[in-house]
Ligand binder design. Structure first.
Ligand code: HEC
Ligand code: HEC
Ligand code: HEC
Ligand code: HEC
Length: 122
């Protein structure tokens, strides 16, 4: 295999460094891991949940929904604990966990949809 001349190598190194700098300026941080919006699809009609607006604009604490943070567990998927077809009487199913949490807060805050059709509207 033929060796590249040293000048070419230096030029290549400078080019790569410049590309790295451009990438760093254009994409300064890794994409956020918190979802922006979540679309729950189902036979009752789809529900669009604006995660970012709930957390940032409405100023809700992560733990007000991800309640397990309070006991030091940082799993963010409800599904990890609230299973789809749970028949454990001490553990809400996924659907019940979401329904109870979404609707309870909307009732307490007197804000946000509380009836089926206005939430299942997408
Ligand atoms: C505040 C919003 C909200 C309201 C109000 C609401 N839901 Fe839901 N519902 C959801 C979300 C979010 C899910 C997603 C959880 C899942 O996939 O099981 C869901 C899931 C469901 C599901 C299971 C998923 C599927 O297969 O479609 C059914 C059935 C359902 N809702 C029916 C209803 C009925 C009936 C009402 C009124 C009595 C209602 N919902 C009110 C948000 C809401
Ligand atoms: C109003 C309620 C609410 C608030 C406030 C909230 N979240 Fe969520 N978050 C949810 C729901 C509901 C889901 C969907 C979970 C599921 O489908 O199992 C979710 C999903 C997530 C996921 C994706 C989990 C996965 O594996 O699918 C991450 C990460 C996350 N939230 C982080 C955060 C962080 C960090 C904060 C605070 C800055 C926050 N959330 C605030 C309700 C909320
Ligand atoms: C690490 C496991 C775990 C995760 C993840 C989790 N839960 Fe729970 N959840 C529990 C346990 C255990 C209980 C019963 C004991 C309690 O109340 O803490 C519960 C109870 C609940 C209750 C009824 C009691 C109450 O606080 O009003 C609701 C509603 C609920 N969860 C909703 C959710 C939602 C919505 C998510 C996702 C945003 C979620 N949970 C994520 C474990 C979890
Ligand atoms: C801890 C409180 C809280 C929880 C939990 C919560 N919400 Fe809300 N939600 C609000 C508030 C506050 C508003 C503000 C309404 C306004 O400003 O008029 C709102 C508004 C909404 C709206 C209408 C405006 C918009 O953002 O699109 C929808 C739809 C909605 N919520 C869906 C949901 C769903 C689905 C869930 C459960 C996955 C949920 N919310 C859980 C507090 C909550």
């Amino acid at each position: 295999m033929q060796q590249l001349p040293p000048k070419t190598l230096v030029a290549l190194a400078i080019l790569l460094a410049a590309l790295g700098l451009v990438a760093y300026i254009l994409f300064p941080k890794a994409p956020p891991m918190d979802p922006v919006r979540i679309l729950f699809e189902g036979k009752a009609g789809n529900v669009l949940f604006d995660h970012q607006i709930h957390a940032e604009t409405y100023g809700l604490d992560c733990a007000s929904c991800h309640h397990n943070l309070e006991y030091g567990d940082d799993t963010f998927s409800c599904l990890a604990c609230h299973e789809k077809d749970s028949d454990d009487p001490f553990m809400l199913s996924y659907t019940d966990a979401l329904h109870d949490q979404c609707i309870q807060c909307h009732e307490e805050e007197q804000a946000g949809p509380v009836d089926c059709a206005s939430c299942h509207s997408r």
